[in-house]
Design a protein around this ligand. Structure first.
Ligand code: 5GP
Ligand code: ZN
Length: 113
């Protein structure tokens, strides 16, 4: 997707603070963190949001949760707790139309991503 910000982050055309990368996903710090830990986990395949998940590509979602699990432990927020959020379409608060999980924690959470 030519104009997608997150596809440009994957291609390293836009810099980001990468915390994890493999052949399927990338995770990087949110540019506008809502909590001490705020990481975005995205598939390398461009999917607009959860509505693009189908029987062929659904495995990516399990992989994104595995990465979230690993990063939450590494960030030291697994025991106290954290939140994983994915926004969909306008009323869901989605701004960037490339599927992403917000991994948020490091304090008692009041906000939504
Ligand atoms: P959404 O509202 O679509 O669920 O979340 C999009 C998130 O992407 C927001 O939390 C926003 O701060 C983050 N974001 C937008 N542009 C960039 C960027 O260029 N770099 C990084 N690291 N995060 C971004
Ligand atoms: Zn994209």
């Amino acid at each position: 997707m030519q104009d997608c910000i997150f596809c440009k982050i994957i291609k390293k055309e836009i810099p980001s603070q990468v915390v994890y990368e493999d052949e399927l996903v990338m995770a990087f710090k949110d540019i506008n963190p809502l909590a001490p830990v705020h990481v975005l986990i995205i598939p390398k395949e461009h999917l607009a949001n959860v509505l693009d998940i189908n029987e062929e590509n659904a495995d990516i979602v399990g992989h994104m949760y595995l990465v979230a699990n690993k990063l939450a432990r590494e960030a030291g927020i697994s025991e106290k707790g954290f939140r994983i959020v994915t926004n969909c379409n306008e009323e869901g608060g989605q701004v960037v139309y490339h599927l992403h999980f917000h991994l948020i924690g490091g304090e008692k959470l009041k906000c939504f991503a």
